[in-house]
Design a protein around this ligand. Structure first.
Ligand SMILES: Cc1cc2nc3c(=O)[nH]c(=O)nc-3n(C[C@H](O)[C@H](O)[C@H](O)COP(=O)(O)OP(=O)(O)OC[C@H]3O[C@@H](n4cnc5c(N)ncnc54)[C@H](O)[C@@H]3O)c2cc1C
Length: 377
Protein backbone atom coordinates (compact mmCIF):
# COMPACT_ATOMS: atom_id res chain seq x y z
CA UNK A 1 0.00 0.00 0.00
CA UNK A 2 1.34 3.50 -0.82
CA UNK A 3 2.36 5.46 2.24
CA UNK A 4 0.29 8.66 2.23
CA UNK A 5 2.88 10.54 4.32
CA UNK A 6 4.94 10.99 1.19
CA UNK A 7 4.00 13.17 -1.73
CA UNK A 8 5.36 10.53 -4.09
CA UNK A 9 6.16 6.87 -3.87
CA UNK A 10 9.08 7.62 -6.19
CA UNK A 11 10.75 10.87 -7.21
CA UNK A 12 12.74 10.48 -10.41
CA UNK A 13 15.47 13.10 -10.65
CA UNK A 14 16.00 13.90 -14.33
CA UNK A 15 13.49 13.86 -17.18
CA UNK A 16 15.82 12.79 -20.00
CA UNK A 17 15.26 9.55 -21.88
CA UNK A 18 16.51 7.44 -18.99
CA UNK A 19 14.41 9.14 -16.30
CA UNK A 20 11.32 9.29 -18.54
CA UNK A 21 11.45 5.59 -19.44
CA UNK A 22 11.81 4.64 -15.78
CA UNK A 23 9.04 7.03 -14.70
CA UNK A 24 6.65 5.63 -17.31
CA UNK A 25 7.48 2.08 -16.20
CA UNK A 26 6.98 2.98 -12.53
CA UNK A 27 3.61 4.57 -13.24
CA UNK A 28 2.54 1.42 -15.09
CA UNK A 29 3.31 -0.45 -11.85
CA UNK A 30 0.86 1.80 -10.01
CA UNK A 31 3.44 3.98 -8.28
CA UNK A 32 2.75 7.67 -7.60
CA UNK A 33 5.64 9.30 -9.42
CA UNK A 34 7.10 12.79 -9.65
CA UNK A 35 9.76 13.65 -12.25
CA UNK A 36 11.93 16.56 -11.19
CA UNK A 37 13.70 18.10 -14.15
CA UNK A 38 16.12 20.95 -14.63
CA UNK A 39 15.29 23.70 -17.10
CA UNK A 40 16.49 23.95 -20.69
CA UNK A 41 19.88 25.26 -19.54
CA UNK A 42 20.82 21.73 -18.39
CA UNK A 43 23.58 19.83 -20.18
CA UNK A 44 21.19 17.31 -21.66
CA UNK A 45 22.23 14.21 -23.53
CA UNK A 46 18.70 13.83 -24.88
CA UNK A 47 19.29 16.87 -27.05
CA UNK A 48 20.88 14.55 -29.50
CA UNK A 49 21.37 10.92 -30.30
CA UNK A 50 21.55 8.61 -33.27
CA UNK A 51 18.39 6.67 -32.32
CA UNK A 52 19.93 3.24 -32.75
CA UNK A 53 18.67 0.22 -30.87
CA UNK A 54 22.08 -1.39 -31.20
CA UNK A 55 23.34 -4.75 -30.06
CA UNK A 56 26.13 -6.16 -32.25
CA UNK A 57 29.18 -4.42 -30.76
CA UNK A 58 28.01 -3.97 -27.17
CA UNK A 59 29.65 -5.64 -24.18
CA UNK A 60 33.35 -6.10 -24.87
CA UNK A 61 34.77 -6.37 -21.35
CA UNK A 62 31.45 -7.02 -19.60
CA UNK A 63 29.41 -9.90 -21.00
CA UNK A 64 26.32 -9.10 -18.85
CA UNK A 65 26.08 -5.76 -20.65
CA UNK A 66 25.69 -7.56 -23.94
CA UNK A 67 22.92 -9.71 -22.41
CA UNK A 68 21.19 -6.66 -20.91
CA UNK A 69 21.32 -4.87 -24.26
CA UNK A 70 19.88 -7.91 -26.01
CA UNK A 71 17.06 -8.18 -23.46
CA UNK A 72 16.20 -4.57 -24.11
CA UNK A 73 16.35 -4.91 -27.89
CA UNK A 74 14.12 -8.00 -27.64
CA UNK A 75 11.63 -6.09 -25.47
CA UNK A 76 11.57 -3.07 -27.80
CA UNK A 77 8.71 -4.25 -30.03
CA UNK A 78 6.42 -4.77 -27.04
CA UNK A 79 7.58 -1.44 -25.56
CA UNK A 80 6.89 0.50 -28.77
CA UNK A 81 3.48 -1.15 -29.17
CA UNK A 82 2.48 -0.35 -25.59
CA UNK A 83 3.50 3.29 -26.06
CA UNK A 84 1.51 3.55 -29.28
CA UNK A 85 -1.57 1.87 -27.82
CA UNK A 86 -1.52 4.29 -24.91
CA UNK A 87 -0.52 7.57 -26.57
CA UNK A 88 -1.24 7.07 -30.26
CA UNK A 89 2.39 8.02 -31.00
CA UNK A 90 4.25 5.67 -33.35
CA UNK A 91 7.93 5.80 -32.41
CA UNK A 92 8.85 4.18 -35.76
CA UNK A 93 10.72 1.24 -34.26
CA UNK A 94 12.11 -1.16 -36.85
CA UNK A 95 14.48 -4.06 -36.50
CA UNK A 96 15.72 -4.92 -39.99
CA UNK A 97 19.24 -5.73 -38.73
CA UNK A 98 22.18 -3.34 -38.76
CA UNK A 99 25.37 -2.96 -40.79
CA UNK A 100 28.77 -1.56 -39.97
CA UNK A 101 30.54 -0.77 -43.24
CA UNK A 102 34.32 -1.09 -43.65
CA UNK A 103 36.39 1.12 -45.94
CA UNK A 104 39.53 -1.07 -45.91
CA UNK A 105 40.53 -4.70 -45.36
CA UNK A 106 42.16 -3.62 -42.09
CA UNK A 107 38.92 -2.10 -40.82
CA UNK A 108 36.99 -5.21 -41.87
CA UNK A 109 39.42 -7.53 -40.05
CA UNK A 110 39.45 -5.34 -36.94
CA UNK A 111 35.66 -5.40 -36.91
CA UNK A 112 35.54 -9.18 -37.31
CA UNK A 113 38.09 -9.62 -34.49
CA UNK A 114 36.18 -7.30 -32.14
CA UNK A 115 32.83 -9.03 -32.69
CA UNK A 116 34.43 -12.46 -32.33
CA UNK A 117 36.19 -11.44 -29.09
CA UNK A 118 32.86 -10.21 -27.71
CA UNK A 119 31.27 -13.59 -28.48
CA UNK A 120 34.23 -15.54 -27.02
CA UNK A 121 34.08 -13.88 -23.59
CA UNK A 122 33.42 -16.07 -20.55
CA UNK A 123 29.76 -15.94 -19.52
CA UNK A 124 28.67 -14.57 -22.90
CA UNK A 125 25.15 -15.38 -24.11
CA UNK A 126 26.33 -15.87 -27.66
CA UNK A 127 24.42 -14.58 -30.67
CA UNK A 128 25.19 -14.81 -34.34
CA UNK A 129 26.62 -12.10 -36.56
CA UNK A 130 27.89 -12.17 -40.13
CA UNK A 131 30.93 -10.70 -41.82
CA UNK A 132 29.94 -9.89 -45.40
CA UNK A 133 32.14 -9.17 -48.40
CA UNK A 134 31.47 -6.29 -50.75
CA UNK A 135 29.37 -8.32 -53.19
CA UNK A 136 27.00 -9.48 -50.47
CA UNK A 137 26.59 -6.00 -49.05
CA UNK A 138 25.92 -4.63 -52.52
CA UNK A 139 23.12 -7.13 -53.04
CA UNK A 140 21.11 -5.51 -50.25
CA UNK A 141 22.54 -1.97 -50.33
CA UNK A 142 23.37 -1.18 -53.98
CA UNK A 143 24.19 2.46 -53.19
CA UNK A 144 27.50 1.74 -51.38
CA UNK A 145 30.56 3.59 -52.66
CA UNK A 146 33.46 1.91 -54.51
CA UNK A 147 35.72 2.00 -51.44
CA UNK A 148 33.41 -0.17 -49.28
CA UNK A 149 35.07 -3.58 -48.90
CA UNK A 150 32.42 -5.27 -46.76
CA UNK A 151 30.50 -5.04 -43.50
CA UNK A 152 29.48 -6.69 -40.29
CA UNK A 153 25.78 -7.48 -40.03
CA UNK A 154 23.59 -8.44 -37.11
CA UNK A 155 19.90 -9.21 -37.42
CA UNK A 156 19.38 -8.00 -33.85
CA UNK A 157 19.96 -4.29 -34.51
CA UNK A 158 17.29 -1.68 -35.13
CA UNK A 159 16.39 1.97 -34.80
CA UNK A 160 13.53 4.30 -33.99
CA UNK A 161 12.50 7.94 -34.06
CA UNK A 162 13.97 9.04 -30.73
CA UNK A 163 12.32 12.48 -30.72
CA UNK A 164 8.95 10.77 -30.94
CA UNK A 165 10.08 8.27 -28.32
CA UNK A 166 10.80 11.13 -25.94
CA UNK A 167 7.43 12.72 -26.69
CA UNK A 168 5.57 9.43 -26.26
CA UNK A 169 7.21 8.74 -22.92
CA UNK A 170 6.41 12.23 -21.71
CA UNK A 171 2.79 12.07 -22.85
CA UNK A 172 2.42 8.51 -21.61
CA UNK A 173 3.75 9.13 -18.14
CA UNK A 174 1.59 12.21 -17.67
CA UNK A 175 -1.50 10.30 -18.82
CA UNK A 176 -0.69 7.75 -16.13
CA UNK A 177 -0.67 10.51 -13.51
CA UNK A 178 3.05 11.24 -13.26
CA UNK A 179 3.71 14.81 -12.10
CA UNK A 180 6.33 16.31 -14.43
CA UNK A 181 7.96 19.13 -12.47
CA UNK A 182 9.98 21.38 -14.77
CA UNK A 183 12.40 23.96 -13.33
CA UNK A 184 12.96 21.63 -10.35
CA UNK A 185 16.74 21.26 -10.30
CA UNK A 186 17.52 19.20 -7.22
CA UNK A 187 20.13 21.08 -5.21
CA UNK A 188 20.29 18.83 -2.20
CA UNK A 189 18.92 15.50 -0.92
CA UNK A 190 18.32 14.64 2.75
CA UNK A 191 17.39 11.19 3.96
CA UNK A 192 15.70 11.12 7.37
CA UNK A 193 13.17 8.81 8.96
CA UNK A 194 12.90 6.64 5.87
CA UNK A 195 11.99 9.61 3.67
CA UNK A 196 13.87 11.56 1.01
CA UNK A 197 13.56 15.36 1.02
CA UNK A 198 14.65 16.99 -2.20
CA UNK A 199 15.52 20.68 -2.06
CA UNK A 200 14.85 22.60 -5.29
CA UNK A 201 14.59 26.31 -6.05
CA UNK A 202 10.91 25.74 -6.75
CA UNK A 203 10.28 24.19 -3.33
CA UNK A 204 10.88 20.93 -1.49
CA UNK A 205 9.59 17.51 -2.57
CA UNK A 206 9.21 14.41 -0.35
CA UNK A 207 9.32 10.82 -1.54
CA UNK A 208 9.69 7.30 -0.18
CA UNK A 209 12.08 6.31 -2.95
CA UNK A 210 14.23 8.23 -5.41
CA UNK A 211 15.88 7.41 -8.72
CA UNK A 212 18.93 9.36 -9.82
CA UNK A 213 18.62 9.76 -13.59
CA UNK A 214 20.15 13.21 -13.78
CA UNK A 215 22.70 12.35 -16.45
CA UNK A 216 25.99 14.05 -15.76
CA UNK A 217 24.72 15.74 -12.57
CA UNK A 218 24.30 12.33 -10.92
CA UNK A 219 28.02 12.58 -10.02
CA UNK A 220 27.18 15.44 -7.62
CA UNK A 221 23.92 14.01 -6.27
CA UNK A 222 25.04 10.41 -5.67
CA UNK A 223 27.19 10.94 -2.51
CA UNK A 224 24.20 12.63 -0.83
CA UNK A 225 22.52 9.20 -0.72
CA UNK A 226 25.56 6.96 -0.24
CA UNK A 227 26.11 6.20 -3.92
CA UNK A 228 29.07 6.68 -6.23
CA UNK A 229 28.38 7.56 -9.88
CA UNK A 230 31.62 8.44 -11.66
CA UNK A 231 30.35 9.63 -15.06
CA UNK A 232 31.76 12.26 -17.39
CA UNK A 233 30.42 14.09 -20.43
CA UNK A 234 31.67 12.85 -23.79
CA UNK A 235 30.79 14.97 -26.79
CA UNK A 236 29.30 13.53 -29.97
CA UNK A 237 28.54 15.56 -33.09
CA UNK A 238 25.77 14.85 -35.56
CA UNK A 239 24.73 16.06 -39.01
CA UNK A 240 21.28 15.86 -40.52
CA UNK A 241 20.53 16.36 -44.22
CA UNK A 242 17.48 17.44 -46.14
CA UNK A 243 14.81 14.79 -46.78
CA UNK A 244 15.20 12.44 -49.71
CA UNK A 245 13.28 9.45 -51.02
CA UNK A 246 13.90 6.29 -49.00
CA UNK A 247 17.14 4.58 -50.14
CA UNK A 248 18.68 3.16 -46.98
CA UNK A 249 16.56 0.50 -45.32
CA UNK A 250 19.02 -0.61 -42.64
CA UNK A 251 20.52 1.33 -39.73
CA UNK A 252 24.30 1.71 -39.55
CA UNK A 253 26.49 3.06 -36.81
CA UNK A 254 27.45 6.25 -38.65
CA UNK A 255 24.78 6.76 -41.35
CA UNK A 256 21.06 6.10 -41.21
CA UNK A 257 17.99 7.36 -42.96
CA UNK A 258 15.22 8.37 -40.60
CA UNK A 259 11.58 7.43 -41.06
CA UNK A 260 11.02 11.06 -42.11
CA UNK A 261 13.55 10.86 -44.97
CA UNK A 262 16.44 12.86 -43.53
CA UNK A 263 19.88 11.23 -43.38
CA UNK A 264 21.67 11.33 -40.04
CA UNK A 265 25.45 11.24 -40.07
CA UNK A 266 27.36 10.71 -36.88
CA UNK A 267 28.84 10.53 -34.44
CA UNK A 268 32.13 11.54 -32.91
CA UNK A 269 33.55 10.61 -29.50
CA UNK A 270 35.38 13.61 -28.06
CA UNK A 271 36.84 14.16 -24.60
CA UNK A 272 36.38 17.93 -24.32
CA UNK A 273 34.53 18.21 -21.01
CA UNK A 274 31.02 19.68 -20.74
CA UNK A 275 31.20 21.57 -24.06
CA UNK A 276 28.40 20.73 -26.53
CA UNK A 277 29.66 23.09 -29.28
CA UNK A 278 29.62 21.76 -32.84
CA UNK A 279 32.93 22.22 -34.67
CA UNK A 280 33.55 22.35 -38.38
CA UNK A 281 36.70 20.17 -38.31
CA UNK A 282 34.83 17.23 -36.76
CA UNK A 283 31.69 17.55 -38.87
CA UNK A 284 33.91 17.69 -41.98
CA UNK A 285 35.48 14.34 -41.03
CA UNK A 286 32.04 12.80 -40.39
CA UNK A 287 30.68 14.09 -43.70
CA UNK A 288 33.75 12.95 -45.65
CA UNK A 289 33.48 9.38 -44.38
CA UNK A 290 29.74 9.31 -45.04
CA UNK A 291 30.30 10.36 -48.65
CA UNK A 292 32.88 7.59 -49.11
CA UNK A 293 30.26 5.13 -47.84
CA UNK A 294 27.42 6.61 -49.93
CA UNK A 295 28.61 8.96 -52.72
CA UNK A 296 25.06 10.20 -53.41
CA UNK A 297 25.14 12.04 -50.06
CA UNK A 298 27.60 14.57 -51.55
CA UNK A 299 24.79 16.40 -53.33
CA UNK A 300 22.54 16.79 -50.29
CA UNK A 301 22.05 19.96 -48.30
CA UNK A 302 22.87 19.77 -44.63
CA UNK A 303 20.06 21.28 -42.60
CA UNK A 304 21.64 21.06 -39.19
CA UNK A 305 24.73 19.95 -37.31
CA UNK A 306 25.07 19.95 -33.56
CA UNK A 307 26.97 18.62 -30.59
CA UNK A 308 25.57 16.76 -27.58
CA UNK A 309 26.95 15.02 -24.54
CA UNK A 310 27.02 11.32 -23.72
CA UNK A 311 26.83 10.20 -20.10
CA UNK A 312 29.98 8.07 -19.99
CA UNK A 313 31.55 5.89 -17.32
CA UNK A 314 35.26 4.99 -17.22
CA UNK A 315 34.67 1.57 -18.81
CA UNK A 316 31.69 2.63 -20.94
CA UNK A 317 29.19 0.36 -19.13
CA UNK A 318 26.11 1.48 -17.21
CA UNK A 319 25.82 1.97 -13.48
CA UNK A 320 22.67 0.60 -11.85
CA UNK A 321 22.75 0.55 -8.09
CA UNK A 322 20.69 0.84 -4.95
CA UNK A 323 22.02 2.54 -1.85
CA UNK A 324 22.78 0.42 1.19
CA UNK A 325 22.96 3.42 3.54
CA UNK A 326 19.82 5.16 2.23
CA UNK A 327 17.41 2.32 1.32
CA UNK A 328 15.08 3.40 -1.45
CA UNK A 329 17.69 5.41 -3.39
CA UNK A 330 18.50 4.02 -6.84
CA UNK A 331 20.74 5.14 -9.67
CA UNK A 332 20.54 4.58 -13.44
CA UNK A 333 23.32 5.99 -15.64
CA UNK A 334 24.20 4.85 -19.15
CA UNK A 335 25.20 6.12 -22.58
CA UNK A 336 22.62 4.16 -24.58
CA UNK A 337 19.33 5.46 -23.30
CA UNK A 338 17.50 4.71 -26.55
CA UNK A 339 18.61 1.09 -26.84
CA UNK A 340 18.01 0.49 -23.15
CA UNK A 341 14.69 2.37 -22.90
CA UNK A 342 12.66 -0.83 -23.16
CA UNK A 343 14.68 -2.52 -20.40
CA UNK A 344 14.45 0.58 -18.22
CA UNK A 345 10.67 0.77 -18.58
CA UNK A 346 9.71 -2.91 -18.52
CA UNK A 347 12.48 -4.63 -16.51
CA UNK A 348 14.22 -2.09 -14.25
CA UNK A 349 11.21 0.02 -13.23
CA UNK A 350 9.20 -2.91 -11.76
CA UNK A 351 12.17 -3.82 -9.55
CA UNK A 352 12.48 -0.22 -8.34
CA UNK A 353 8.73 -0.21 -7.67
CA UNK A 354 9.21 -3.36 -5.57
CA UNK A 355 12.08 -1.65 -3.72
CA UNK A 356 14.80 -4.17 -4.58
CA UNK A 357 17.09 -4.69 -7.56
CA UNK A 358 17.80 -8.30 -8.38
CA UNK A 359 21.44 -9.22 -7.74
CA UNK A 360 21.39 -11.49 -10.77
CA UNK A 361 20.39 -8.66 -13.10
CA UNK A 362 22.24 -5.74 -11.60
CA UNK A 363 25.27 -6.76 -9.50
CA UNK A 364 27.57 -6.62 -12.59
CA UNK A 365 26.63 -2.94 -13.03
CA UNK A 366 27.52 -1.78 -9.52
CA UNK A 367 30.01 1.11 -9.35
CA UNK A 368 31.95 -1.08 -6.91
CA UNK A 369 33.58 -2.60 -10.02
CA UNK A 370 35.67 0.59 -10.25
CA UNK A 371 37.17 -0.12 -6.79
CA UNK A 372 38.24 -3.56 -8.03
CA UNK A 373 39.65 -2.04 -11.22
CA UNK A 374 41.60 0.52 -9.14
CA UNK A 375 43.09 -2.23 -6.91
CA UNK A 376 44.07 -4.26 -9.96
CA UNK A 377 45.80 -1.28 -11.63
C1 LIG B 1 26.04 11.86 -30.21
C2 LIG B 1 25.21 10.92 -29.43
C3 LIG B 1 24.67 9.81 -30.06
C4 LIG B 1 23.91 8.90 -29.35
N1 LIG B 1 23.37 7.85 -30.01
C5 LIG B 1 22.65 6.94 -29.33
C6 LIG B 1 22.07 5.83 -30.00
O1 LIG B 1 22.16 5.70 -31.21
N2 LIG B 1 21.41 4.90 -29.26
C7 LIG B 1 21.30 5.01 -27.91
O2 LIG B 1 20.74 4.12 -27.28
N3 LIG B 1 21.78 6.08 -27.24
C8 LIG B 1 22.46 7.05 -27.92
N4 LIG B 1 22.94 8.14 -27.27
C9 LIG B 1 22.71 8.27 -25.81
C10 LIG B 1 21.34 8.78 -25.45
O3 LIG B 1 21.05 9.93 -26.16
C11 LIG B 1 21.29 9.04 -23.94
O4 LIG B 1 21.55 7.85 -23.27
C12 LIG B 1 19.94 9.56 -23.58
O5 LIG B 1 19.79 10.83 -24.11
C13 LIG B 1 19.62 9.54 -22.15
O6 LIG B 1 20.27 10.43 -21.43
P1 LIG B 1 19.93 10.65 -19.90
O7 LIG B 1 18.48 10.65 -19.66
O8 LIG B 1 20.77 9.74 -19.07
O9 LIG B 1 20.55 12.07 -19.69
P2 LIG B 1 20.02 13.50 -20.08
O10 LIG B 1 19.34 13.52 -21.37
O11 LIG B 1 21.17 14.42 -19.87
O12 LIG B 1 18.92 13.78 -19.01
C14 LIG B 1 19.23 14.15 -17.74
C15 LIG B 1 18.10 15.04 -17.29
O13 LIG B 1 18.33 15.36 -15.93
C16 LIG B 1 18.06 16.72 -15.73
N5 LIG B 1 18.87 17.11 -14.59
C17 LIG B 1 20.19 17.21 -14.49
N6 LIG B 1 20.56 17.57 -13.25
C18 LIG B 1 19.42 17.67 -12.54
C19 LIG B 1 19.12 17.98 -11.20
N7 LIG B 1 20.08 18.24 -10.32
N8 LIG B 1 17.85 18.01 -10.80
C20 LIG B 1 16.83 17.74 -11.68
N9 LIG B 1 17.05 17.43 -12.97
C21 LIG B 1 18.34 17.38 -13.39
C22 LIG B 1 18.41 17.41 -17.03
O14 LIG B 1 17.67 18.58 -17.18
C23 LIG B 1 18.02 16.36 -18.05
O15 LIG B 1 16.68 16.53 -18.47
C24 LIG B 1 23.69 9.08 -27.96
C25 LIG B 1 24.23 10.20 -27.32
C26 LIG B 1 24.97 11.10 -28.03
C27 LIG B 1 25.52 12.27 -27.31
Amino acid sequence: MPDKRHEFDVAVIGGGLVGSAIAWGLARCGQRVGVLDEGDVALRASRGNFALVWVQSKGFGLAPYSAWTMRSANAWREFADKLEQQTGIDVAFERPGGFNLSLSEREWEARRDLLQRIQDQPGMQRFDFEMLDRARVQQVIPQIGPEVVGASYSRFDGHCNSLRLFRALNAGMQQLGVAYLAEHRVEHIDYTGGEFRLATRSGAVRAAKIVLAAGIDSVRLAPMVGLNVPVRPQRGQLIVTERIAPFLHFPMQTVRQTDEGTVMIGDSQEEVGPDPTATRDVTAVLAHRAIRLFPQLASLNIVRSWGCLRVMTRDGFPIYEQSTTCPGAFNASCHSGVTLAAAHALLLAPQIAAGQLSTHDFAPFSARRFDVQALAA
